[in-house]
Design a protein around this ligand. Structure first.
Ligand code: PLP
Length: 418
């Protein structure tokens, strides 16, 4: 059952989640969960195999990897093994990977390094739809006197790479473009962008945080100079990430300290998190084949179901060039916050890209960059599936959502008092 007390006067009663459990036929069981989770682009459940791999590093092998005695050396080996697994996820060499604290740090570190190693170049090219890990860092750089170009996107979320090509100048230190968008799932043509940057001799960074488990990542096929990963998007814990730095790329550390990560990132290594990240990378690679098709089928069922049964709904983002797990839908005449409260009431987790500032919803910068009106953008919800998503959960959503929307529309979209 959802851990919520349904209020009969507010919304139709939810289907008990045991009904969902009863419908789970052979699929992966979510019996431990008391809710239906459609927010895997925000974060993912830590896989039990990952927890198992990490536990000894809290209880037995808790030393400092920099120590000179054997108790420390074992940890160095565990970190090396994890580095190999994370490298294998993107077909990199292990010494091209540094562990960071998160995707945000990886993005900041890549851009920072390009600016510091090319001091005469003070221009950065990125897009208007990046994660705030890039956009807010860009705004910070502007305050410091750097020049940042934010490329616009088309109404389907795609990027005009001719504009990108034109935006690169002799003083461009780095181009940073995300591989796939966290709100819409729209995939950018990273291979073409990498080729343009290479032909112009400009370093290229891609934020690939949303990609593992959804697309094949191969840095030998697509030549990027820097690539960011975040463990909590692939069933590992929060607080650990990685930055791929291609061989021979000039690099200056972002966090300076004790010389860890071969002098490229200071700070005592979080060994358990690194081990967990390694195990998660291994599982992600093993699951990739077949998982994308399964996710796409589930996502399409969810998306078609909503578009067919709920009036005035529109999908945001290109239909094809999109991550298999993501669906972003605008609900006409409604505020996402109201819909999310209604869903939460029946034990369903989803999200909107809108930020809540001073009590009102700011429309998502991604959707407004795609040309959606502020009202449409404010009424948009992202559903993102993952390894543990099941068909029964999608069916539950499709049963619960239409009456919630009908009720909200009947009330003129009035915010539900919690
Ligand atoms: N980049 C993208 C595309 C993301 O979706 C996120 C997190 O949502 C990040 C970067 C930031 O990652 P982290 O939460 O590990 O800092």
């Amino acid at each position: 059952m959802p851990e919520v007390t349904p209020d009969e006067n507010t919304f139709p009663s939810p289907l008990p989640l045991r009904t969902i459990a009863a419908r789970q036929k052979g699929g992966k069981s979510m019996s431990q969960s008391k809710f239906c989770y459609f927010d895997n682009n925000a974060t993912t459940r830590v896989a039990p195999e990952v927890v198992e791999a990490m536990l000894p590093f809290f209880t037995e092998h808790w030393g400092n990897p920099s120590s000179s005695y054997r108790f420390g050396h074992q940890l160095t080996k565990a970190i090396a093994a994890a580095r190999e697994k994370v490298a294998a996820l993107i077909n990199a060499d292990p010494n091209e990977i540094i562990f960071t604290s998160c995707g945000t740090e990886s993005n900041n570190a890549a851009i920072h390094s390009a600016l510091v190693t090319h001091p005469a170049k003070r221009h950065v090219v990125t897009t208007a739809v990046e994660h705030s890990a890039n956009l807010k860092f860009g705004a910070h750089l502007k305050k410091l006197g750097f020049d940042v170009t934010l490329l616009p996107v088309e109404s389907d979320g795609s990027l005009d790479i001719h504009l990108l090509e034109k935006a690169i100048r002799p003083d461009t230190a780095i181009v940073s473009v995300m591989w796939a968008n966290n709100e819409t799932g729209v995939i950018f043509p990273i291979e073409e962008i990498a080729a343009i940057c290479r032909s112009k001799g400009v370093p290229f960074h891609t934020d690939a945080v949303q990609v593992p488990g959804k697309l094949k990542l191969d840095v030998k096929d697509i030549e990027v100079d820097f690539l960011s990963l975040s463990a909590h998007k692939l069933h590992a814990p929060k607080g650990i990430g990685a930055l791929y730095i291609k061989h021979h790329t000039r690099y200056q550390p972002y966090i300076i300290g004790g010389g860890q990560e071969r002098g490229r990132r200071g700070g005592t290594e979080s060994v358990a998190d690194i081990v967990g990240f390694g195990r998660a990378a291994e599982l992600t690679l093993a699951h990739l084949k077949g998982e994308t098709t399964r996710l796409r089928q589930l996502r399409d069922k969810l998306e078609h179901g909503i578009l067919k049964t709920v009036p005035d709904t529109v999908r945001n983002g290109d239909r094809e060039a999109r991550l298999a797990n993501t669906s972003n839908i605008s609900f006409g005449g409604l505020e996402a916050g109201d819909i999310l409260k209604g869903l939460d009431h029946v034990g369903i987790c989803a999200s909107s890209g809108s930020a809540c500032t001073t009590g009102s919803l700011e429309p998502s910068h991604v959707l407004t960059a795609m040309g959606l009106s502020a009202a449409r953008a404010r009424g948009s919800i992202r559903f993102s599936l993952g390894r543990y998503s099941t068909e029964a959960e999608v069916e539950y959503l499709l049963e619960q959502l239409p009456p919630i929307i009908a009720e909200l529309l009947r009330r003129g979209g009035v915010i539900i008092k919690s």
